[in-house]
Ligand binder design. Structure first.
Ligand code: GUN
Length: 302
């Protein structure tokens, strides 16, 4: 059996189109053009590429963007001041601080400082809690949100399926498990201390892998017919000396066993930025709803 390839690039195009239509409808209804502020610290080349992509795609769907590039010596206090200014600016719908941050800056303090209703990364503890509680107004981390959409393109209903998430990071693994649980999957999380990974993987109807270890998941780890989502993306030098991007799953083996699988590149990656745009639109919509509710309260009190 050869697995169906889940085309993340095509699905991301669908999400971007939905966002572009949502932005147009919001503006037609009298709302301001949503705006994403992106803060980048230091000169990590990969981060610069990611941020340039985020800005380009934000503008392509009709939203505004604002970019702050701060030097690597920026203090935590200076960064927190930038965030506070953006928190207070009503023109800004969403704030994203690109990771990784320089080691002298406390990441937890930074994510906590971002106003929860502008936290388009979904990393603020309030959004983590809202996601865990299945609350509708949660801003959910972009990669897990994109993965759910990819899974839904294969399965109309995942309730009751066994899901294993390999990797327990705050950015992907943990929020991923919470979203799968919300859809009533029977969820497990495997991590660096998990024993017998192969057997646990083989029990999963849905396998989501986010470890950053190229080729960790071999074909024999996969339950025949399972849906396999590969979040990993690592640049390696191939035998011929060329660089290429590879995932955490040994794709050539897995495709012979799985029912459906995401490629690397072209699977999860494009969905992450598309979902960032969707979160920015959600944040802008919620801001409009809040200001309408405040106006209604004010006129009821008058
Ligand atoms: N760096 C790598 N992935 C991410 C992400 O999803 N959000 C932010 N802010 N930084 C990242």
């Amino acid at each position: 059996m050869t697995a169906r390839i889940i085309d993340g690039k095509a699905l991301a195009g669908v999400v971007r189109q939905e966002v572009a239509e949502g932005v147009a409808a919001l503006v037609t209804g009298g709302g301001a053009v949503p705006e994403l502020a992106v803060v980048l610290i230091g000169d990590d080349p990969a981060s610069h590429v990611y941020v340039a992509n985020k800005i380009r795609q934000t503008e392509a769907v009709g939203m505004r963007s604002r970019q702050f590039v701060l030097d690597a010596e920026t203090t935590e206090r200076q960064l927190l001041d930038v965030i506070e200014t953006l928190n207070r600016d009503p023109a800004v719908s969403g704030i994203l601080v690109q990771f990784p941050l320089p080691s002298h800056i406390d990441t937890a303090r930074v994510v906590t400082a971002i106003r929860p209703d502008k936290d388009v990364d979904g990393f603020n503890p309030l959004n983590v809690g809202r996601t865990a509680a299945g609350m509708e107004d949660a801003l959910v981390p972009c990669t897990p949100l994109g993965v759910m959409r990819l899974i839904r393109s294969v399965h109309a209903d995942i309730a009751g399926l066994g899901a294993l998430v390999v990797g327990a990071s705050n950015v992907v693994g943990r929020p991923m498990a919470r979203l799968l649980l919300q859809e009533l999957c029977t969820v497990s999380i495997a991590h660096i201390r998990t024993t017998d990974l192969e057997r646990r993987c083989r029990e999963a109807d849905i396998l989501v892998v986010a470890t950053g270890v190229p080729g960790l998941i071999r074909g024999r780890f996969i339950k025949p017919g399972a849906t396999v989502i590969d979040v990993g993306i690592t640049r390696i030098r191939s035998g011929s000396g060329n660089e290429k991007l590879v995932g955490d799953v040994a794709f050539d083996e897995a495709i012979e066993v799985a029912g459906a699988i995401t490629p690397v590149p072209g699977g999860v990656g494009p969905m992450t930025i598309a979902c960032l745009l969707a979160n920015t639109l959600s944040a802008a919509r919620m801001a409009v709803a809040r200001s309408k509710a405040a106006e209604a309260d004010a006129s009821a009190a008058a």
